[in-house]
Design a protein around this ligand. Structure first.
Ligand code: FPP
Length: 246
């Protein structure tokens, strides 16, 4: 039986987050430079977005560039930025046709100007689209995001517009770059690595994890279906006992 026919669409996760990993190893295996893998990684993003839309997922968040990725060789960083600009420019018509809203999380002010401009343009154009939101995590690190949120709250307390009793989970959530986005129910990481790597640390408190050996450029719709089926086979208890859920 095909995987998709076993999925209960009424119980699809509303938000899936993905740590796309293994582009470099995939390229090496084919005897190419790492950037070759990133180029094919964009194909996998396209296919996954389409599959997520069919599954009625509302938000798909992709870890496209971490704060730590600046430490990679300059040629790879420049290549990734260039790929991002080209991909967004090349995909904008398709995003509009398929009703995709583009969003970003992370310290986007730290991205090169050409990249910021291309992103802003696409975000503005797609802002009223409603079929699915594609959230690109760019120059993102969860510890940066939480630190930034704390700084904003500290400033408000310093200015007297807030007092310390008002520092609640909700107040912190509102200062994160994900403030308008629900927490992910499912986090997928490819390439056999089983780490969270500074991704969405606050938001994944109750998230189910799915790890797969598949290298990101090889990730297909079927792999997303498998991850969603794995998610649907689990019981989410949020600290309660089974009997309390019925
Ligand atoms: C991880 O593989 C991949 C990245 C750090 C970059 C992912 C970026 C893309 C797929 C392109 C993004 C573009 C759009 C439009 C979203 P790795 O290089 O860490 O692989 P390795 O672990 O095998 O070295």
């Amino acid at each position: 039986m095909s995987y998709i026919s076993q999925i209960d669409l009424k119980k699809s996760p509303k938000h899936i987050a993905i740590i796309m990993d293994g582009n470099g190893r995939w390229a090496k295996k084919q005897g190419h430079e790492r950037l070759y893998g990133h180029n094919f990684g964009v194909e996998a993003v396209r296919e996954t977005l389409k599959a997520a839309k069919e599954l009625k997922v509302d938000y798909l968040t992709m870890y496209a560039f971490s704060t730590e990725n600046w430490n990679r060789p300059k040629e790879e960083v420049d290549g990734l930025m260039d790929l991002l600009v080209r991909s967004i420019a090349g995909e904008i018509d398709e995003l509009m046709d398929s009703g995709v809203r583009l969003m970003t999380i992370g310290d986007t002010m730290g991205l090169p100007e050409a990249c910021r401009n291309e992103l802003q343009d696409a975000i503005n154009k797609t802002k009223n689209n409603t079929s699915i939101s594609l959230v690109l995590a760019l120059n993102y690190s969860a510890r940066w995001e939480i630190t930034n949120a704390m700084k904003q709250l500290a400033l408000e307390i310093e200015n007297g517009t807030m007092n310390s009793d008002e520092v609640t989970e909700e107040a912190i959530t509102q200062k994160l770059t994900t403030f308008s986005i629900p927490d992910p129910e499912l986090l997928i990481r490819t390439s056999g690595e089983c780490r969270v790597s500074n991704f969405l640390l606050w938001q994944i408190a109750y998230t189910e994890f799915h790890f797969t050996e598949v290298l990101w450029p090889d990730f297909k719709a079927e792999d997303l279906y498998k991850a969603v089926l794995d998610y649907q086979s689990r019981e989410r208890r949020f600290g309660k006992v089974s009997e309390q859920l019925t």
